[in-house]
Design a protein around this ligand. Sequence first.
Ligand SMILES: Nc1ncnc2c1ncn2[C@@H]1O[C@H](COP(=O)(O)OP(=O)(O)O)[C@@H](O)[C@H]1O
Ligand SMILES: CSC[C@H]1O[C@H](OP(=O)(O)O)[C@H](O)[C@@H]1O
Length: 405
Amino acid sequence: MITKQTAYEPFTTDSVVDYLKQRELINPESPVVCEEIGDGNLNYVFRVTATDSNRSLIVKQALPYAKVVGESWPLTLDRARIESESLLQAAKVVPELVPAVYENNPVLASTVMEDLSSHTVLRKGLIEGKRYPELAKHIGTYLAYTLFYSSDFGLEPAAKKELATRFVNPDLCNITEDLVFTDPFFDHETNDFPEALRPDVEEIWADDNLKLEAAKLKQLFLTKGEALIHGDLHTGSVFVTEGSTKVIDPEFAFLGPIGFDVGAFIANLILNYLSQEARLTDTSERNEFQDYLLAVIKETWEVFTETFSGLWKQDGKGAFITVPGYLDYVLSQILQETVGFAGCKIIRRTIGLSHVEDIDGIENSEARINVQRAALQVGRKLILKRESQEKIEDVIALVRGAGNE
Ligand SMILES: Nc1ncnc2c1ncn2[C@@H]1O[C@H](COP(=O)(O)OP(=O)(O)O)[C@@H](O)[C@H]1O
Ligand SMILES: CSC[C@H]1O[C@H](OP(=O)(O)O)[C@H](O)[C@@H]1O
């Protein structure tokens, strides 16, 4: 349902309640409580609860700038439309893996959606050492369905081109192009790292071979409009319980390379894996949890490739789909690109703008810097060795070995 509104205004905790009551999304007679709960970098997130029925809703609203920086960083409001349309697009193929969207208002740049407060943000759960038995199955399925059915493998060419026109997202892509693929590889003012890490960072800035590979990966991100990707699939964009998984926050969605989503998820699991070196002091507890994280990476990849292959055989489009070797070629390209993108993401979250709590939350500064150093080594290896990764076990072995050299 799209509502008409004449002018944009940022919501307050009062006006968002008035809005929901006016729209009868909440009973106008109900007493309500409302709080702003957004902890992300970019937007407002309000939770509104009718206290008589305990029914609650989430209203997410984009600001005309990046919340974390302020008005000096203007950002399109259109990202709210892109986010809700992307959630609706995902709901066509995996409704159980995304929050229900009840309304999008393009003028207010707001989305009213299901409240997932019964779930935990995956990043927080992993920091606390929690395990989620269904996570890999759910994310592998989410990736396979959303990516296959928005690619030329699962869509007719005209439908794919129509999809591309709805998800032109230059402002948000520009954030990724700068913060993931450019700034960390140069002495740029947005970078953010402790002085103790400077020698390691300067090694990156001086490494022309690494920069060449980063340039190739950036080129892929700029040019490979393979599927409608989430665009920011880190562990803060995944809500979990023991048996349920929901992917949120696809405001960076656009037609990009499939490996960027897979790589983002894997990168954030690797960042948590590395952080446990400083978090879990008991060796066997640490080894077990790190093994669990690597098993999630392996299973996510296996579920993704098996499901993607099943959809390819069942619903694949085009004359070449049954040609022997084509599917294997596509999956091997995706693996190599996944690995390279994961490497860029890891480096970015270590020395670029916007880190991860998994590492920044380590209180002992020496231990934290050791983890950051290991992250840079892993990120670098993933980028440089991506073309020799033939199977997911190679990637797991690389992660296990890289921090120890
Ligand atoms: N559907 C939801 N249900 C419950 N909480 C939510 C929901 N969407 C977002 N949140 C809360 O708001 C936070 C920020 O949301 P997010 O979509 O990541 O915002 P941003 O785009 O600013 O990064 C999440 O970490 C979560 O705590
Ligand atoms: C100043 S934008 C930095 C960073 O923020 C986004 O993450 P999120 O919206 O989930 O907080 C995205 O990862 C951007 O790269």
